[in-house]
Ligand binder design. Structure first.
Ligand SMILES: *Cc1c(COP(=O)(O)O)cnc(C)c1O
Length: 423
């Protein structure tokens, strides 16, 4: 890559910092637990995690031996039946949730529907369902649908407006559904304060952890969170369409009345009764027969976290995103970019978002250079950072390519302006 004379010393300094930070990184060797193509800088693990090296063999075993040879016997012999709870507990371990409160299966959208409806039913007489106007679309759509079904009113209140709203109408709030991390800007909200405020008003707190699970410590039990959901394919790297999860705090389980009363959640599923009696514990959050192949892929993927802690992952993630912002400040100055992710570490999730009017063609031009991020309409370039496999050198390389792409006006290339089905 070419560098202008004035950026050369700054670039040398950034290069030296990247190599010192990589050399001192206690998680550096974790990258070997992932299969990443050579010459690719992968910064979209907040949308689809990279392939963990343990997954192909686990899937081959699940298909050939467990399914092919074991046939239906594998439901018992390979504990397929217990997989949603086993994988749920493994995820719970990354969320600060003691065993017996987390179940894996279905999609986040389905789990949200189930959890929100169950929460609303547990607060009869209260008429309001709160959600974030900036929440991921599926969360808003499902909030609207649940409200229609249960007879609630949805109020879209931004996280920073919650204290005021709760002070005025808190005693009418049944449930609040929020994400700790804004999926566009990467802003991190104060989970403890929001949970506390909603509960003090008498409502239930449901967190959508799609952008937090596997990215930062969330301490569900310690914060006394009521319910949580999240997906398996982002920072948990469980594969495209990986099973999602639901957390139901133990104190709510016995009364939890979920709408999707599938037979897997029955107290005696093989009694084949015509009447639904929910299982006593978190097993009731099971729905129908789960996708075993996907659960086993996710289970193998989670082994990439073994021997680390979420605190350690968080420390590296913040250091990486901080370094990315430094690189952007130095190398992208005057080129039309704005860093929209908060600079204060405690207000930042595990991504950096940059605003630029040509975000889409720039993301495409970057991909052609081997740097994979994504675009969120209308004008954000989003770079997700999974500290298990991303390096400081990746951060600098990405920003250098972005500088090159924009200075060479690659984003004007009509090839990159054509929208693909998935952006
Ligand atoms: C990624 C994401 C989803 C995805 O839902 P699916 O049902 O898996 O498509 C939902 N909510 C949030 C906040 C997300 O970030």
């Amino acid at each position: 890559m070419t560098v202008s004379a004035e950026t050369a010393p700054a670039l040398d300094e950034l290069r030296a910092r990247a190599s010192a930070l990589d050399a001192a990184d206690p998680l550096a060797a974790r990258r070997e637990r992932f299969v990443l193509p050579d010459g690719t800088v992968y910064l979209d693990g907040n949308s689809l995690g990279a392939l963990p090296a343990a997954v192909p063999a686990a899937l081959a075993d699940a298909v050939h031996r467990q399914w092919g040879t074991g046939l239906i016997r594998s439901w018992n012999e390979h504990q397929w039946w217990q997989a949603p709870l086993r994988v749920g507990d493994a995820i719970g371990g990354l969320l600060g949730a003691a065993p017996g409160q987390t179940v894996a299966g279905d999609s986040t959208s389905v789990q949200l529907f189930n959890a929100l409806t169950g929460a609303a039913r547990s607060r009869p007489g209260r008429r309001l369902l709160l959600t974030d106007p900036g929440h991921f679309p599926t969360d808003q759509y499902i909030a609207d649908s649940v409200a229609r079904l249960v007879g609630l009113e949805v109020h879209r209140i931004a996280a920073d407006g919650l204290p005021r709203f709760l002070a005025e109408r808190g005693d009418d709030v049944a449930v609040a559904g929020y994400s700790p991390v804004d999926y566009r800007t990467g802003e991190l909200h104060d989970m403890a304060a929001i949970t506390c405020a909603v509960q003090e008003a008498g409502g239930l707190m449901l967190w959508d952890l799609c952008h937090a699970a596997g990215a930062l410590p969330v301490r569900l039990d310690e914060l006394g969170v009521d319910l949580a959901v999240g997906c398996g394919y982002k920072f948990l790297s469980g594969g495209p369409g990986a099973p999602a999860f639901t957390y139901i705090a133990r104190r709510h389980q016995a009364a939890f009345d979920q709408p999707l009363t599938g037979w897997n959640g029955h107290a005696d599923p093989f009694g084949l009764s015509g009447d639904y009696t929910p299982a006593p514990g978190v097993e009731r959050a099971r729905i129908g027969t789960p996708s075993i192949l996907s659960l086993l892929a996710l289970e193998a993927a989670l082994t990439a976290f073994e021997g680390t802690s979420m605190e350690q992952i968080r420390a590296k993630s913040l250091s990486l995103t901080g370094f990315f912002i430094d690189c952007a400040d130095t190398l992208l100055d005057g080129l039309g970019f704005t860093v929209v992710t908060p600079r204060e570490p405690h207000r930042r999730g595990s991504q950096v978002a940059l605003r630029h009017p040509d975000a889409y063609p720039l993301v495409r031009a970057l991909a052609a250079r081997g740097v994979i991020g994504d675009m969120r309409a209308p004008d954000l370039l989003r770079f997700g950072v999974n500290a298990l496999y991303v390096s400081y050198d990746d951060m600098l390389t990405a920003v250098r390519h972005l500088r090159e792409a924009v200075t060479h006006e690659e984003h004007r290339d009509p090839r990159f302006r054509q929208r693909a089905a998935v952006t």
